[in-house]
Design a binder for this molecule. Structure first.
Ligand code: ZN
Length: 221
C-alpha cells in the first residue's frame, strides 16, 4: 500500500532542496553567491524574515518605514526563524524595486535584504539592511557589493547610487567598502514615514553592464 500522507512532505522537501541549490538566474528569479551569502529573489516567507530583520528600533531609526510595514514582536522573532528555501513564490509589493534576500549559507538563516529601486528622481539606487545578528561584523560590505552586482551584472545598469543618512557611519562605511565613491546629491531625502534626513550620497559606475535572464527593472526600460 502506498503511503500517500508522505507525498506532500516529500514535495515540500524537494522544492526546498531545489531552491537552496539554485545558484543561477532564470525568468522568475535572481540567484548568485557572494561571500558567505546566497542572494536570491525571496519566497514570501524569506521576504517576511528579511523585513523582520529590519524591524527592530535600531534599524528603524535609519529606515523609517510606515508603521504597517514594521514587524512587531512576537511576530518578529518568529519570522526571523524562517528556514530559507521554504514558502510560496513571492511578488514584490513595490513594482519599482528588485529585491534579493541575503541567505547565510552556513547558518541557514535569512540575514538581510538588498534592493535596486527607483530613487526620488527615478534613477536607480541600491539600499538594504541586515538582521541584528549580522551588524557590526563587516557584512555590510558584502550586502552592498551584492547591490552593485545586482545593478551592474543582472539589471544592465551603468550607474547606481546610494544614500546614507548623515550620522549613519556604519552604512556609509559599508557603501565605501563595497567600492562606492562619494558623489553630489540632494541635501535631504524623505523616509517612508515622512521623516526628513540629511544625506551623504554615493555612486558606482561600470562601462559595460550585463543583463541576466532574471526579472528586470521594468520602470527603467
Ligand atoms: Zn539575475
Amino acid at each position: 500500500m502506498v503511503n500517500t500522507s508522505a507525498a506532500p512532505l516529500l514535495s515540500r522537501l524537494t522544492r526546498r532542496g531545489r531552491l537552496m541549490a539554485k545558484r543561477t538566474c532564470d525568468r522568475r528569479c535572481h540567484a548568485f553567491v557572494l561571500g558567505g551569502f546566497l542572494f536570491r529573489t525571496p519566497t514570501a516567507w524569506e521576504y517576511a524574515a528579511a523585513v523582520a530583520g529590519g524591524s527592530d528600533p535600531a534599524a528603524q531609526r535609519w529606515l523609517g518605514w510606515l508603521p504597517d510595514s514594521v514587524v512587531a514582536e512576537p511576530m518578529r522573532a518568529e519570522a526571523l526563524r524562517v528556514v530559507p528555501g521554504t514558502g510560496p513564490e513571492w511578488t514584490t509589493p513595490d513594482p519599482h524595486s528588485v529585491d534579493v534576500v541575503a541567505i547565510d549559507l552556513a547558518a541557514r538563516r535569512c540575514a538581510g535584504l538588498v534592493s535596486v529601486h527607483a530613487g526620488e528622481d527615478g534613477s536607480p539606487e541600491t539600499g538594504g539592511y541586515l538582521a541584528p545578528g549580522y551588524r557590526g561584523r563587516g557584512r555590510g560590505r558584502e550586502l552592498f557589493t551584492a547591490g552593485l552586482v545586482l545593478a551592474h551584472e543582472h539589471l544592465g545598469l551603468t550607474r547606481v547610487r546610494a544614500g546614507a543618512e548623515i550620522g549613519n557611519v556604519a552604512s556609509g562605511r559599508s557603501l565605501a567598502a563595497a567600492g562606492m565613491r562619494r558623489a553630489p546629491g540632494p541635501a535631504r531625502y524623505t523616509l517612508p514615514n515622512g521623516r526628513v534626513g540629511e544625506a551623504w550620497w554615493y555612486q558606482h559606475d561600470v562601462p559595460w553592464p550585463h543583463r541576466c535572464t532574471g526579472p528586470q527593472a521594468k520602470w527603467l526600460a
